[in-house]
Design a protein around this ligand. Structure first.
Ligand SMILES: O=C(O)C1=C[C@@H](OP(=O)(O)O)[C@@H](O)[C@H](O)C1
Ligand SMILES: C=C(OP(=O)(O)O)C(=O)O
Length: 443
């Protein structure tokens, strides 16, 4: 088998006892892709240290390079010392050029964050991607960009494929959008807004708004490169964000570990009554994965955040949970997997928008856990999970990295679970199977 090739059906290893491991979790997808966009729009070069190298972030880097941005990959040591030595990306911003073609894969961050960047290029930028990318909502970005002055050719469905006819600059100004299907619509418009002639005022007019921590991440990162952003939290109107036009600084940024990708490892401590240490867990972060400290504590674990990182210990018991995951939707598959092994039922709410993620996650989790003997039902906005004894079987992933890691969590406790296309974890965690084996002492 070629290096890194994975079998079509990966036998998920069962845990022979309590796990006890330190897991170095690679960098955050969401932080890496925002940092790349902001560095590309800056007026001076910048550094990303310990960036995530995964399908989603390599697609983002390739797209920016296609528009003329220089991204040099080096192994370096941090001048600040904060990042230590390791991989670093030096980003050299230039004028953004078209024509170019962007492959978004199935990366929400690439398909939503880059059309506003493309509107600033001096020629047409064609966007295409995986079949699933055609089904994921993009109307909030397309419609808003048209209001803000961009010319876009699409097939009228509010989705990919499309061409943004960059005119070298964009007016910007006020715009109202319904971001109830994805917070990434808001983040996308804010990230490029310092470069719009009038900046932007984004008003969300939908009933719900998912993933607020990810919008806070956008705002925090914009401010850290010198942008002026007014938010509902800083005294502005509810559901309104304003970005003032202005130059962005080039920064030297060390990327935090991906706390959502830490989830399967923490889950392993819960499921086996073991202990997992995640070094460099940030003391303060906008990453939604930080909420795992609370959620997994309620489900039976014990957390200690030290200077070194997070120490998470399972008690041996796994409790069901009734929780609104609207802010942290990407944690749902991993929580559902743990809930299927718990000692009481769970209700996961506030995540209707997961039907439009990498796959319809509510349908996929229901089907796959039930095929292993589980008892999961879909609700209007989530899942009811009643734990039952599970048995082995093939766990399908629908090209969804978080389905693969959810299946691996169940496989720790259930003999004979085989994960179909575990290689799909490459979207955000290409090293998943090696890290999993290392955690289990099976390397
Ligand atoms: O902005 C981001 O980096 C993300 C926002 C969220 O998207 P949705 O608001 O579409 O759920 C999240 O689920 C996704 O994994 C990453
Ligand atoms: C929803 C996710 O990704 P995307 O950035 O493609 O929306 C995810 O990673 O769980």
């Amino acid at each position: 088998m070629a290096l890194n090739a994975q079998p079509a059906l990966w036998p998920a290893p069962t845990a022979s006892g309590a796990v006890d491991a330190t897991v170095h979790v690679p960098g955050s997808k969401s932080v890496t892709n925002r940092a790349l966009v902001l560095a590309a729009l800056a007026s001076e070069p910048g550094w990303l240290r310990r960036p995530l190298r995964s399908r989603d972030t390599l697609l983002m880097a390739a797209a920016l390079r296609a528009m003329g941005v220089g991204i040099e990959e080096t192994v370096s040591s941090s001048s600040s010392g904060a990042g230590g030595s390791g991989e670093a990306w030096r980003v050299l911003p230039t004028g953004l050029h078209g024509p170019a073609t962007v492959d978004v894969g199935n990366a929400g961050t690439v398909m939503r964050f880059l059309p506003p960047v493309a509107a600033l290029a001096d020629g047409p930028i064609r966007f295409d991607g995986d079949p699933r990318s055609y089904e994921r909502p993009l109307n909030g970005v397309i419609d808003a960009l048209r209001v803000l002055g961009a010319r876009i050719d699409d097939d009228g469905r509010g989705a990919l494929p499309l061409t943004v006819h960059g005119g070298g600059a964009l007016d910007g100004g006020p715009v109202a959008i319904d971001a109830s299907s994805s917070s990434q619509f808001v983040s996308a418009l804010l990230l490029s807004a310092p470069r719009f002639n009038q900046g932007v005022e984004v008003r969300h007019i939908g009933a719900t708004l998912p993933s607020l921590p990810h919008i806070r991440m956008t705002v925090d990162m914009l401010r850290s490169v010198g942008a002026q952003v007014d938010t509902p939290e800083s005294g502005g109107e509810p559901n309104v964000w304003r970005v003032t036009p202005g130059a962005l600084l080039g920064r030297d940024l060390t990327i935090e570990p991906d706390l959502s990708n830490a989830q399967p490892f923490l889950a392993a401590a819960l499921v086996t009554g073991g202990k997992i240490v995640v070094p460099d867990w940030p003391a303060r972060t906008t990453q939604p994965g930080d909420q795992l400290r609370e959620i997994f504590t309620e489900m039976g674990g014990i957390c200690e955040l030290t200077e070194y990182g997070l120490v998470f210990t399972g008690s041996g018991a796994i409790h069901g949970i009734d929780v609104d995951l609207g802010e942290v939707g990407e944690l749902t598959p991993g929580i559902a997997a743990v809930a299927a092994l718990a000692d009481s039922p769970s209700t996961l709410r506030g995540v209707a928008h997961l039907r439009l993620h990498e796959t319809d996650r509510l349908a996929a989790l229901t089907k796959e856990i039930n095929e292993l003997g589980g008892d999961v039902t879909e609700t209007a906005d989530g899942l009811h999970i009643r734990p039952r004894p599970l048995h082995g079987g093939d766990f399908h992933t629908y090209d969804d990295h978080r389905m693969a890691t959810a299946g691996a969590i169940i496989g720790l406790a259930v003999e004979g679970v085989r994960i179909e296309n575990v290689a799909t974890t490459a979207k955000t965690l290409p090293d998943f199977t090696e890290l999993w084996a290392g955690m289990l002492g099976k390397n």
